[in-house]
Structures are given as C-alpha cells and as structure tokens.
Design a protein around this ligand. Sequence first.
Ligand code: VAH
Length: 316
Amino acid sequence: MKRILVTGALGQIGSELITKLRSEYGADNVIASDIRTADTEAVTGGPFEILDVTDGEKMNEIVSKYKVDTMMHMAALLSAKAEQFPQMAWNLNMGGLMNGLEAAREHKLQFFTPSSIGAFGPDTPKTNTPQDTVQRPTTMYGVNKVSGELLCDYYFKRFGVDTRGVRFPGLISYVTPPGGGTTDYAVEVYYEALKSGRYTSYIDKGTFMDMMYMPDALQAIVDLMEADPVKLEHRNAFNVTAMSIEPEMVAAEIKKHIPSFEMIYKPDPVRQAIADSWPDAIDASAAKAEWGFKAQHDLASMTTDMLSKLKTTITN
Ligand code: VAH
C-alpha cells in the first residue's frame, strides 16, 4: 500500500490531489503538508503537517514518522510570482526540490514533481512542440522547471530514484483558485462571468496556450505513478495537454451559457511576455504511447462543468 507525502497540499493542484489520492489509497495513507494550515478538507480529512519545503530536516522527520514510500512534491512559486521575486523563486523552487530528491534518495521513495510548458522558451517550436526539443526559457520559473527536469533525471540515472514528472499546461479548477500564474486568467474568467458578467483579461486575444481541466491533470498524475516503469522511455518530464485555446475562445464558450457575458482585453506586459514565450500547442504523443495518457475534457465540457460547479458557491 502506498503511503504518500504531498507538499504544497493547499495549493491549486495540491488541494485537489489530496482528495483524489485519499479516495484512491485511503485517507490515512496520504499525508498533506504545507507551509501554512487552513480549515479545508486537505487538513481536516486526514494526516496533515506544517512543512516549509526548504527545511530538509523537517521533511525527513515527516517521511520517517509516517513511513512514507512516495512523495508528490507540489510546492512551488508559479511563473508570474517567480518573475516578481526571482531569487526567492530559485531558493524555494530549487531548494525545495533538492530536499525532496534527497529525501527520496535516502528513504527510497517514488518521487513525482510537475514541470510545465513554462520549461520551453521562444526558440522552442510553437506548435506540435515535441517531447524532446530546445528548452531555453526566458523566465525564472522556466529556468527552475528545466533545471528541475534535469535534476530529477539525474537522480534517476545516478541514484536509481524512481522520479517521474509531467509538463503541465495551464490548469483550470473550481476548488482552489490559483495564485501567481500566467494562465490564471482561464480560471478567473469563470468566477467573474458568474459574479459580474464581465472579465478584463490580462492576456490578449489570440494568445494561444495549452490548458487542461483539473480532473484530467489529477488522473494523469495517478496514471503516470502507477505506470509500468519498463515502458517509460522518458521520465522528466512528459508533455501533457487537453486543448490549445486563447481568451476569445473561452469567452465564446462562456457566452453559450451566459449570452450577456463581456470580455475586455487589457494585456499585462509581464504576464503577456511570459505567455508569448511559451508554445501555442504541445505534442503529448510520448505520454499517450508510454503510459496511456488521455484527457477526457475539452473546452466545451470543461466550461459546462466549471460554471455548474461554481454556480453552487458563487452568488451575484
Ligand atoms: C503558471 N499555472 O501559470 C502555471 C503553469 C503552464 C502554466 O505552470 O505559472
């Protein structure tokens, strides 16, 4: 039976990953951790520990205390925040990852951490971005993600740690709003469509980026971690995506449900520049071939589900 430690368990992915893992593996076998606590399911629904991932000693204590055999390292500063505080981003993103990999090496843990389409840069092919291609990102977040991919592959080859990862696109969810990302517009727009009927997008029309609905992202993590290692030619990290969309497409889909919805465009120079440096549409054929990745949701089904779920929590 797996005993899984999740870092960053109160974040956009972590908070839903905890619920998914506890339903798959049993609540007592999934230890949530984060630098802060909160009155949410991740804390009240099973074991929880306060953990600053830059504190390697505390991390190892938790691994030993719960006899952990798997770590899913989700704690990170996202792209826009990392561009605002690059030195802090390096310390947190790389210091935390090194502590996680060292814990995995010492305690023989299986190890997952996400990379991102942010690991690509302006020299990367924009469409059908290959699994193996040029990675010269121009953001601190991208530098962290490429370095992280290389470090995870090194720990696999040098120390035999079972490291696995995916390059996530923008993730859309209705449970925990994201913070500090470039793709957050694609989440905020659903909240605002219900709250005010209009949204000012900081990403310009025509800016394509890969996106995926959170349920598909969570299933991808479980499927990759359960995959037969013999079939994995790649490890860190697999391209995964469900759709390549730009803000006008999102607006048009929302209008099918809320005809009066209005989208306004006011590009934020920093986040627009980050988005412009990323691919438009990546190729996920390696993930499909090596561990059967398949997204279930497209823009239409995601929009229907997002609006119906948010309607229950948002009142105008
Ligand atoms: C961000 N949501 O915007 C994250 C993600 C591909 C984007 O890495 O930074």
